[in-house]
Write a protein that binds this ligand. Sequence first.
Ligand SMILES: O=P(O)(O)OC[C@H]1O[C@H](O[C@H]2O[C@H](CO)[C@@H](O)[C@H](O)[C@H]2O)[C@H](O)[C@@H](O)[C@@H]1O
Length: 385
Amino acid sequence: MDVKSNHTAPVLTDPAPLSKSRLGVHSNLFPYSPTGAAFSPSLFLTIPRKKTGVLDDVRSSSWLDAMKASSPPHRKITKDVNNESPAYDADIAYRTWMAKYPSALKSFEQITNKAKGKRIALFLDYDGTLSPIVDNPDCAFMSDAMRAAVKKVAKYFPTAIISGRSRDKVYEFVGLTELYYAGSHGMDIMSPVEQSILEDHPNCFRSSDKQGKDVNLFQPAREFLPMIQEVHKSLIENTKGIEGAKVENNKFCVSVHYRNVDEKSWNIVAQCVEDILKDYPRLRLTHGRKVLEVRPVINWDKGKAVTFLLESLGLSDCHDVLPIYVGDDRTDEDAFKVLRERNCGHGILVSNVPKETNAFYSLRDPSEVMEFLKSLVIWKKSSAL
Ligand SMILES: O=P(O)(O)OC[C@H]1O[C@H](O[C@H]2O[C@H](CO)[C@@H](O)[C@H](O)[C@H]2O)[C@H](O)[C@@H](O)[C@@H]1O
């Protein structure tokens, strides 16, 4: 992420992806078409290229800048009125940004007015949305209070968790059976069999959940599983000498965390990932919060997962359903964008710093997310009276 000066309000933009060579992407490999794979052609990802041959989404700042800016610094909202302090400037910038992306709590009435006569469908990201960002990804537990709030809200509205984590891992953290789960940035979706409009889809198959209930699994990147496992192994091997680096297997993608790596060694982390990806042109790299994420080159993301879930749950009619998506990360932008483009539903960005976003509203942190979920329940109960 880099800071763009927009008069008084500096706005964080997404981190620039690694350059073409850093991505290990070869120009003759797009669009990718896996031989013999059961893929729908619409899943092939075509990354637009300029005439220069430089990928469109590659910006001028380097991968190291992107890594440095990949997670906004923690900051306290200060009451300091010394108008020369940087904290004062940051507060002004945040308030200016909030005028464009108002608090979903303060705009609650506006949001629920739009929901009148409709069913709300709720989509929630996990890390940074339901649980605070912590140094050890294995310890990103959600609080009992948050779990209770999610459980309650799911009683009234169909609710799905869409996470970059593996579906099993995020289920382990959340532990609620009444939700729908999509892991690996939407590349692993579990949905009920009752609405099996997608049963004939090549990447959809029948399975059973932890309670032994029949479910449909949609895994558009299934074919990549052996490749991801191989890369996961190599990443562990090659980063083991870098103090603080952590590789996480998210089933259809792999995360390489550098939150606990000394900043002076971030270039070594990037180099390691680059060296491995050079041999895997069918994989690409995206940035999250102090994490490099390796994933298959397919046209599938959290936005597509939202559309898929709305369809498979019979909730795709905009006249009857108001989808709300709450998330904090760059990958959530794909979902915000889908809702914005459908002109149906609300994206809510969780951030305590100004960021460029496709969301409509904002919430400062997970505690505000919890308050928002509780407000939805109160509103629903009172509107049913
Ligand atoms: O889509 P999400 O549910 O938000 O998952 C995105 C990534 O979240 C996790 O990493 C982030 O949270 C960690 C725990 O707070 C933090 O230590 C890390 O720096 C963050 O990037 C998860 O570990 C990743 O695998 C997910 O891809």
